[in-house]
Design a protein. Structure first.
Lengths: 287, 425
């Protein structure tokens, strides 16, 4: 028989109302890291259960979207992509923007989608948005697997001059985009818990953000001074232009964009985690 | 022994009725209507704004649970049992008060939380285990044990949507039962599954509490499982602890408060857990007790209270007296009152009125055992019947004994003796 003073892990949990725990216990999330991976695996396997093509859909869907964009924006609207083949341009930016927007929209529904689970058992709630981001990262990697051969193909044909030597930057770009996506998503999730109609606004907001980001056009082709300023401070400009610079050789990286990207991501994550930490303790009473 | 769970003055406040208006549009409509002094369109017809006033699901709960204890929690629906568990599990936070947990916690408010029908048993074990706080390595090392305990066998690699409900529960319970946590919280999870499996689970829980010093909190409406698992039991009613202590007493009190009329206590066999010898030679059986005070069983006056007891005598009985043994809500016996008078009972139905003086009791929840005995005139008694408890009541904190100081139960006890005469010489 052991005495309580030497409980197995020496763990002591103190529960009191409105406890100021400085946002979140990140250490606890780390202890539950296996749960993060298992949740990611679950979402991934369940996504393609009872489908014929399975994970192939992760390839077919962006291919279709990029083909449509090539026709609409490239052939019909004749948007200049600074000499980069349209199909490569759209596949690449769709992959990164898709990763970001999926992080924001899924995570903005964290509480609403998991209300039942959260009402039954305690675990660090932040594991859910993190695993969502990992799941969308898998989707990005699958798309990258088409982009890379395509980029090499155009490089060999002499149509583009990519900067593959900067490829080591890619993980950093993904980390920043992922953090920004998680941060923005969980910040919004605290609001959608109370007002369901905000979820529709989130969809509209992400679309607006897309048109104000260099997704369907490169920064270098923008002449409007107002749009230029917006693009400079938009935290998604730097990652999009960076990845384009690496894979297609064309990309305009402004220092102010890089600073904004890093600052906004860190701010969104900590602010989001703080608000999330407050909401997760009482949201069961309001859902 | 140091407690593993320490709860101090915990309250949880909810607002009655709908909370918020769900959509921003309705919220704005409601705000606009209130601003112009109209009725809020979100309120249901017949409701007034006052419906939204707060109510306490739990109020001023103090509780210590030590390692090795298996604590049963019983009470009617809405008494606050689930709220208490949710606070301890950290699903929601208390409005007031402090909870300290010294150890890891596993909550089983439901079996198979996070189970997904499309995944196989094995995949679900991993996911469910991780949700409950196990690492992958821990689950790996326990996998064989879990499969064996669950009696699932080769079906472990079949999607759980093809399982029978019994198999599903067995697997889910096995995962939770194999967690190495110090505190296990269960909310009637054993309601499903066959009897043999239930017995196996209860046995495992009890053994682990005893041998490994775990703490188990168990909520159930099934008194048999409470009796076989728990070493201690609390009764919750209206968000407060009505009783804390012996399991049989707690169950009797719970059965008492299930009556729709709170002033009436009917004595079934559950009220007589101790008296094997009396059952063989039955001369008197008390049937019911009724509290005459219309406010009862909440007393807040210092006047005498009248209790009407109906009883059935199987033989004529002479010189019958009654004794009330008082208990405080924490399971401490605090004192007794003896018969000042004796009555003769005829064979058959008898009604006796007891006049009791509760003016020495300080505020709180009390219960009292009622024992009927025959007095032989020489200082010994012959017990005829006893009900444990005969009456459960509350003394209002503010109306109890009028003292010029706030009464500190933990230091001064629960009885306020006559005031001291003080004179300067």
């Amino acid at each position: 028989m052991k005495s309580s003073t030497e409980n197995r892990q020496g763990i002591h949990t103190h529960i009191a109302p409105k406890e100021r725990t400085a946002g979140h216990r990140w250490g606890e999330v780390w202890r539950y890291r296996d749960l993060v991976f298992l949740l990611t695996k679950k979402t991934f396997t369940l996504q393609y259960k009872q489908t014929i093509l399975g994970p192939l859909w992760s390839v077919i869907y962006p291919l279709c979207t990029s083909a449509i964009m090539t026709i609409v924006f490239g052939r019909i609207a004749k948007i200049d992509t600074a000499g980069v083949p349209h199909i490569l341009f759209y596949l690449l930016t769709n992959a990164l923007w898709g990763f970001f927007s999926a992080c924001v929209s899924t995570n903005s529904r964290t509480f609403v989608d998991n209300a039942y689970l959260f009402g039954k058992v305690y675990f660090p709630r932040l594991t859910v948005p993190i695993s969502n981001a990992l799941y969308h990262l898998i989707g990005f990697c699958i798309q990258l697997a088409i982009v890379i051969p395509l980029s090499v193909f155009f490089f060999v044909r002499g149509r583009i001059t990519p900067h593959y030597e900067w490829v080591w930057l890619l993980p950093l770009i993904l980390l920043q985009t992922g953090i920004l996506g998680i941060g923005t998503g969980i910040l919004l999730s605290s609001a959608t818990t109370k007002y369901r109609d905000l979820m529709i606004l989130v969809t509209v907001g992400i679309q607006m953000w897309m048109y104000l980001s260099p997704v369907i056009y490169p920064v270098s082709q923008v002449a409007n001074p107002f749009l230029k300023t917006v693009l400079a401070v938009n935290p998604m400009t730097a990652p999009l232009e960076c990845i384009r610079f690496i894979m297609t050789g064309k990309g305009q990286i402004l220092p102010v964009s890089v600073v904004s990207a890093v600052l906004c991501s860190v701010l969104a994550l900590f602010l989001g985690a703080w608000v999330f930490g407050r909401v997760e303790k009482t949201f069961m009473d309001t859902v | 022994m140091e407690p593993m769970i320490r709860i101090r003055n915990v309250s949880k406040k909810y607002r009655r009725g709908e909370i918020g208006a769900k959509t921003l549009q309705n919220e704005i409509k409601g705000w606009w209507a209130r601003r112009r002094g109209r009725e809020d369109p979100n309120l249901k017809i017949g409701e007034s704004g006052a419906v939204n006033e707060p109510f306490y699901a739990l109020e001023g709960i103090d509780l210590d649970v030590c390692p090795g204890e298996t604590l049963g929690i019983i009470g009617r629906n809405g008494a606050g049992k689930s709220t208490l568990l949710k606070l301890i599990c950290r699903i929601t936070e208390p409005t007031d008060g402090v909870i300290d947990l010294y150890g890891t916690v596993t909550s089983m408010l439901e079996v198979g939380t996070g189970f997904h029908g499309e995944m196989t048993g094995r995949e679900n074990v991993y996911l469910n285990g991780a949700i409950l706080g196990m690492t992958r390595a821990q689950i790996d090392s326990k996998m064989d044990e879990i499969i064996a305990f669950s009696e699932i066998g080769e079906f472990i690699d079949t999607p759980v949507k093809r399982y029978s409900s019994g198999m599903y529960v067995k697997l889910a319970f096995s995962v939770a039962a194999h967690l190495d946590s110090d505190i296990i919280i269960m909310d009637e999870v054993l309601a499903v599954g066959d009897m043999a499996f239930q017995k196996k689970c209860l046995e495992k829980m009890r053994r682990e509490a005893k041998e490994e010093g775990r703490t188990v909190l168990y909520v159930s409406h099934n008194m048999n499982t409470i009796r076989s698992l728990c070493s201690r039991c609390i009764v919750l009613d209206g968000g407060k602890i009505l009783f804390d202590g012996d399991v049989d007493r707690a169950i009797a009190i719970y059965l008492g408060i299930e009556e729709s009329d709170r002033r009436l206590f009917r004595f079934s066999e559950d009220y007589r857990p101790y008296d094997e010898s009396l059952r063989k030679n039955k001369r008197l059986e008390m049937e019911s007790l009724f509290v005459e005070n219309p406010d009862g069983p909440w007393f807040h006056s210092t006047q005498r209270e009248t209790l009407t007891v109906k009883m059935n005598a199987f033989v004529p009985l002479k010189r019958v007296g009654f004794r009330l043994e008082y208990w405080y809500q924490d399971g401490q016996k605090i004192g007794s009152a003896l018969s000042g008078d004796f009555v003769d009972l005829d064979e058959g139905e008898n009604t006796v009125q007891l006049s009791v003086d509760l003016s020495h009791l300080t505020g709180g929840q009390y219960s009292a055992d009622l024992i009927a005995y025959q007095f032989d005139g020489e200082g010994t008694e012959d017990i005829l019947d006893g009900v444990y408890p005969g009456v459960v009541f509350q003394i209002g904190e503010e109306f109890g004994v009028t003292t010029h100081l706030d009464w500190h139960h933990q230091y001064w006890g629960h009885v306020h003796l006559h005031d001291i005469g003080v004179m300067k010489k």
